[in-house]
Write a new protein. Sequence first.
Length: 118
Amino acid sequence: MKPDRPPRRGAGEMEAVGGFLDDVLAGIRMESRFQGAQATDEWTAVVGPEVARRTRPVGVRDGELLVEVQGAVWMGHLAVLRQGVLEALNRRLPDSARLKSIRLVPMRFKEERIESEE
């Protein structure tokens, strides 16, 4: 539910830019995208470089961080560490960007193969 705002003006009438921008930003969910970026930016600092090389935080939706993982062994390893990683990430994030969960998914094959060849 949107906060009460003055009614929209008719065609050709002036409207405050702030109100208009609030509507536009809400429409493109800019705030949630920024919060997702904060979580993905903190990923490497929390998990360390070795895990970071084998994972890719993709983004956040509805409080869930989606992370692509390279290989079944790393998927299992991270499944065990998931709750501790979630807690560590949340300690680094502002209250408004706290995560509810981390979802681990297999890294897409083409990208996984390219990285393993390096």
